[in-house]
Ligand binder design. Structure first.
Ligand code: MN
Length: 199
């Protein structure tokens, strides 16, 4: 099985002015593509050559001899998930039902934004900020380094923000906090986030 670069769920310029076509052309067209290409090269003649992407991730996590496979497979998954977490005219508050869930867990929608931003800003170096559901069914904010992801921690991902510099540097340079604010205010696709809730 050959892993494919999935289609972007919107046009390359659809998230402007918040994320430019220039950023997306590199981020999706070069970075995401490179993870797909590297993964296919690493899986050539490998016992996991015919496994699904999720299976590759779960079977390679924490294994020293499969670090390259895990990193590339997880980054393929993370980026596909991230693209779907955004949409043109997104951001702001979710539906009343989901807003209530956020309020039950974090106290208020604003408090959720604060905690999510805090995780995204304080992730040292490359990584991801997440809203997840943990094993006990609780909403939780996580931050992970490099390619690490919720499924490696028995959590279900609902929302992510890529905080690798390549995600924002062309548009925001070193101003990661501004990128996170913009993500929360203008980009989150709450319909997608809510659809990830375990039934
Ligand atoms: Mn990225």
């Amino acid at each position: 099985m050959t892993h494919q670069l999935p289609t972007l769920p919107y046009e390359m310029n659809a998230l402007e002015p918040y994320i430019t076509a220039n950023t997306l052309s590199f981020h999706y067209g070069k970075h995401h593509q490179a993870y797909v290409t590297n993964l296919n090269n690493l899986l050539k003649d490998h016992p996991l050559a015919n496994a699904s992407l999720e299976e590759v991730i779960v079977k390679s996590v924490g294994k020293a001899d499969m670090m390259g496979i895990f990193n590339n497979a997880a980054q393929v998954w993370n980026h596909t998930f991230y693209w779907h977490c955004m949409k043109p005219n997104g951001g702001g508050k979710p539906s009343n039902a989901f807003k209530k869930k956020l309020e039950e867990t974090f106290g208020s929608y604003e408090k959720f934004c604060e905690e999510f931003k805090q995780a995204a800003v304080t992730q040292f170096g490359s990584g991801w900020a997440w809203l997840v559901v943990d094993q006990s069914g609780q909403l939780k904010i996580l931050k992970t380094s490099n390619a690490d992801l919720p499924m490696a921690h028995d959590c279900v991902a609902l929302l992510t923000c890529d905080v690798w510099e390549h995600a924002y540097y062309l548009d925001y340079q070193n101003r990661r906090p501004d990128y996170i604010d913009t993500f929360l205010k203008h980009l989150i696709n709450w319909d997608f986030v809510e659809a990830q809730l375990p039934k």
